[in-house]
Design a protein around this ligand. Structure first.
Ligand code: FAD
Ligand code: NAI
Length: 529
C-alpha cells in the first residue's frame, strides 16, 4: 500500500508539474502573440466607410467584436487608449496607478484581422446632410494640418458624456429640477472624476492640501479648511471616491503626516434624501452606516448652489422643513454630479428635427439607430435608450452593433452571390445545370434568413457594484428572476475579483493585481508630482 500511495503521489506531482508547464507555455504564447501582431491587410477604400467616434466602453466593445475586413473602419478619438473607469476612483489615491487601467488603442487595433485607421482627434462637428465629420487635433504638438474632415457612409457616435455643472443640457435624475442655469464657480474651483487627468489632479491636490496645511505657522482655521475634503454628488462616483479617500487617510496619510490626523475630514454632499439612489434600500442604509463608522459626514438634502475658491454655499432643508443656506470651507472639492451632453452631440441633435424633444442625448430606436437619421448609430452615455448611463449598458450596446454590422456585411455578400447565381441560372445550358444552381440558391436563401434574424437590442442587467471604503463593497446582483442585495467584506472580495476579471487585457489584470499588492505591502505613495 505505501508503494501504491507513493506512485499516486508521484503521478499527481508529475501531472501538476506538466499542467503548470502547459499553463506557462500557453501564457507565454499569448504574450508572444500580443507582442508580435501579424501583418494586416490595409483598409479597403472600396468598402463602406464606417467611422467610429470615441474609444470608450461603447466604441471599444463594438471594435472588439467587429469583423473589420468588411468595412473601411476609421476611429476618431482624442484619447488613444481605452480606460477601465470602474477602477478610476482608486487612482485618485494611488491604490492603483492610472496606467494599469489604460489599454493603448493602437495595440488593440493592431490585432484586428484587417487594419483600422485611428486619428487622435476630437470630432468638433458632425454634418449629417453632407455625411462628414470635422475633426481637430487637440494635442500639444500639431502638424501643418490639424483640422480636417472625414466622410462616412456609416457613423457610430460613442463620445460619452461630459461632467454636469448644470450650465448645460443635462442628464439629471428627474427628481431634481434645477431652475438655475449653471452653478457658478464649479469649473474654476472643482475637480471632476471622469478621465485619467482628473484622477491625477485629485491625487496631487490631496497631497498639496496636506503639505500646505502643515506649512509653518499656518492658522488653525486655515488648517481645518485645507484638510476638509468635500465631495459633491452621492452617486456611485462620489461614494466610491469618498470611500477611497478615507481609506487613504486611515492607512497612510495619518501615519506619514501625524500632524493632520485631528483635522482631516471627508464630507459627502447630496441633494437627494439619500446616497446611491440606484441601490436597494438596505444597501443605502448599510453605506450610510459604514460612512458614519468611517467618520465620513454625509449631508443629504443639501444642494450646492455656489462655489468659490475657498468655500461652497449649500442650501439644505432642516428637520422643520425650512431651507437654510450655509458655507462649507474646503481644501479639495470633487464634483461628481453626473453627466451632461457633449457639444458635438448637442449640435447633431439640433440638425435632426426628430431629436428636438430629446434632452439627455441622442434618442435612439431599438436598433440603436439615431432617430430621424439613416446610417447613424449611437452607443453609451451619449445615447438615450432608457437605460442608466453605465459601462455595462455601453458595452452591451457596442457588442450588439458589432453583431449587427457583421450580419449586414454577410447579408450584402450573400445578396451579391444570389445575384450572380440568378444570372448563372438563366444562362445554364440544360435542366440539370439549372437544377444544381437552383439548389445553391435555395441554400443561400436559407442562410440569408438565418443571418437576417437579429432581434432588437435588449439590455441584460447583471447587477450594480460599488466600493464604499474600509474593505467593504455593496452589490445588487441579478440572481435568476430576483435580486441579491449584499454588502460587506466578502462582497468586497467579489467586487475585486469581478473587476479584475473584467479588466481589458491580461496585462491590465496583472498590473492591477500588482498595484493592490504594492499598496498593501508598502502603502500608497504620498509624493506630489
Ligand atoms: P466613455 O467610456 O466615456 O468614452 C467616450 C469616448 O469618446 C472617450 O474615448 C473620449 O475620449 C471620446 N470622445 C469624447 N469627445 C469626443 C469627440 N468630440 N470626438 C471623438 N471622441 C470623443 N459604469 C459601470 O457600469 N460600472 C462601474 O463601476 C462604473 N464606474 C465608473 C467610475 C467612474 C469614476 C466613472 C466616471 C464612470 C463609471 N461608470 C461605471 C460609468 C461608465 O464609465 C460610463 O457609463 C461609460 O464609460 C460610458 O461609455 P461610453 O463609451 O459611452 O463613454
Ligand atoms: P449620478 O448621476 O449617479 O449621481 C449624481 C448625484 O449628484 C445625484 O445623486 C444628484 O442628486 C447629486 N447632485 C446633483 N447636483 C447636485 C448639487 N448641486 N448638490 C448636491 N448634489 C447634487 O452621477 P455619477 O455618480 O457620476 O454616475 C454617473 C453614471 O455612472 C451613473 O449612471 C452611475 O450609475 C455610473 N457609475 C456607476 C458606478 C458603479 O456602478 N460602481 C460607479 C460610478 C459611476
Amino acid at each position: 500500500a505505501p508503494k501504491r500511495r507513493f506512485r499516486v503521489l508521484r503521478w499527481t506531482w508529475r501531472l501538476t508539474y506538466m499542467s503548470a508547464l502547459a499553463g506557462l507555455g500557453y501564457m507565454g504564447y499569448g504574450i508572444w502573440e500580443m507582442r508580435n501582431p501579424e501583418d494586416q491587410p490595409e483598409p479597403d477604400p472600396n468598402k463602406k466607410t464606417l467611422v467610429i467616434l470615441g474609444t470608450g466602453w461603447g466604441s471599444v466593445s463594438l471594435l472588439k467584436k467587429l469583423d473589420t475586413e468588411n468595412y473601411n473602419v476609421i476611429v476618431v478619438s482624442p484619447r488613444n487608449y481605452f480606460l477601465f473607469t470602474p477602477l478610476l476612483p482608486s487612482c485618485t489615491t494611488g491604490t492603483i496607478e492610472h496606467r494599469s487601467i489604460m489599454e493603448p488603442i493602437r495595440n488593440f487595433l493592431r490585432h484586428k484581422k484587417a487594419a483600422v485607421k485611428f486619428y487622435e482627434a476630437e470630432a468638433t462637428k458632425i454634418d449629417y446632410e453632407k455625411k462628414v465629420v470635422y475633426i481637430n487635433d487637440q494635442s500639444e504638438i500639431k502638424g501643418d494640418i490639424s483640422a480636417t474632415e472625414v466622410p462616412f457612409d456609416m457613423l457610430v457616435v460613442g463620445v460619452g458624456a461630459e461632467n454636469a455643472t448644470f450650465g448645460e443640457l443635462r442628464a439629471l435624475p428627474i427628481s431634481i429640477k434645477l431652475t438655475i442655469s449653471g452653478i457658478p464657480g464649479v469649473r474654476e474651483h472643482g475637480l471632476f472624476l471622469k478621465e485619467v487627468g482628473d484622477a491625477q489632479r485629485i491625487r496631487n491636490r490631496i497631497m498639496d492640501c496636506c503639505e500646505t496645511a502643515t506649512f509653518k505657522d499656518q492658522d488653525p482655521e486655515e488648517v481645518k479648511r485645507l484638510l476638509h475634503m468635500v465631495v459633491v454628488g452621492g452617486g456611485p462616483t462620489g461614494v466610491e471616491f469618498a470611500g477611497e479617500l478615507q481609506d487613504f487617510f486611515n492607512s497612510d496619510l495619518k501615519k506619514w503626516i501625524p500632524e493632520i490626523k485631528d483635522h482631516f475630514h471627508v464630507t459627502l454632499v447630496e441633494a437627494l434624501p439619500n446616497v446611491l439612489p440606484m441601490f436597494s434600500k438596505q444597501l443605502i442604509d448599510y453605506t450610510e452606516r459604514t460612512f458614519k463608522e468611517e467618520t465620513i459626514t454625509i449631508r443629504t438634502k443639501t444642494m450646492v448652489k455656489n462655489v468659490t475658491e475657498k468655500y461652497i454655499e449649500a442650501e439644505s432643508t432642516g428637520p422643520d422643513g425650512k431651507k437654510q443656506t450655509e458655507r462649507l470651507p474646503y481644501g479639495l472639492l470633487v464634483w461628481a454630479t453626473g453627466n451632461a451632453v457633449r457639444p458635438v452631440v448637442k449640435d447633431l441633435m439640433e440638425q435632426i428635427p426628430a431629436q428636438k424633444d430629446s434632452r439627455r442625448g441622442l434618442a435612439v430606436n431599438e436598433y440603436l439607430v439615431v432617430k430621424g437619421t439613416e446610417n447613424v448609430w449611437a452607443v453609451g452615455d451619449c445615447a438615450v435608450a432608457n437605460y442608466a448611463p453605465t459601462a455595462q449598458v455601453a458595452a452591451q450596446e457596442g457588442a450588439f452593433l458589432a453583431r449587427m454590422f457583421n450580419n449586414m456585411a454577410k447579408t450584402e455578400a450573400i445578396e451579391a452571390q444570389l445575384a450572380q447565381l440568378s444570372e448563372a441560372q438563366e444562362k445554364a445550358p440544360n435542366q440539370e445545370a439549372r437544377e444544381k444552381v437552383f439548389q445553391e440558391i435555395k441554400e443561400l436563401h436559407k442562410r440569408l434568413r438565418r443571418v437576417k434574424q437579429i432581434g432588437p437590442f435588449q439590455y441584460s442587467h447583471q447587477g450594480s457594484l460599488a466600493y464604499i471604503g474600509s474593505d467593504k463593497a455593496v452589490a445588487d446582483i441579478t440572481w435568476y428572476a430576483g435580486n441579491l442585495a449584499t454588502g460587506g467584506t466578502i462582497t468586497y472580495f467579489f467586487w475585486r475579483s469581478a473587476y479584475l476579471s473584467m479588466c481589458f487585457s491580461t496585462r491590465n489584470r496583472v498590473l492591477v493585481a500588482v498595484d493592490w499588492l504594492k499598496a498593501k505591502v508598502f502603502g500608497r505613495d504620498v509624493s506630489r508630482v
